[in-house]
Design a protein. Structure first.
Length: 84
């Protein structure tokens, strides 16, 4: 029986690596599929806006949710003038 269990133990690492590879590749393919669907929705919204004569592109917030808010304040202006 040690031959059988030795064979099983020898096959476990490649099967585990194969399983991890399959999970990662599946996640990549699904992410690509979701991105393509989102781009198709955006292009359909742009085409609909152009067909109705709306000016410009639809706002990104209309398709993807609210626009991000910039919380970073402008840096203070620095003048090169020194004491003098």
């Amino acid at each position: 029986m040690t031959g059988f269990w030795g064979g099983v133990a020898a096959l476990l690492p490649p099967v585990g690596v194969g399983l991890i590879f399959w999970v990662v590749m599946r996640a990549i393919v699904q992410a690509d599929r979701r991105e393509r669907a989102a781009m198709a929705r955006l292009e359909a919204a742009e085409d609909a806006a152009a067909a109705h004569g709306d000016a410009g592109r639809p706002a990104v917030a209309d398709v993807d949710g609210p626009a991000p808010v910039d919380d970073v304040a402008d840096p203070p202006s620095q003048s090169p003038a020194g004491p003098g």
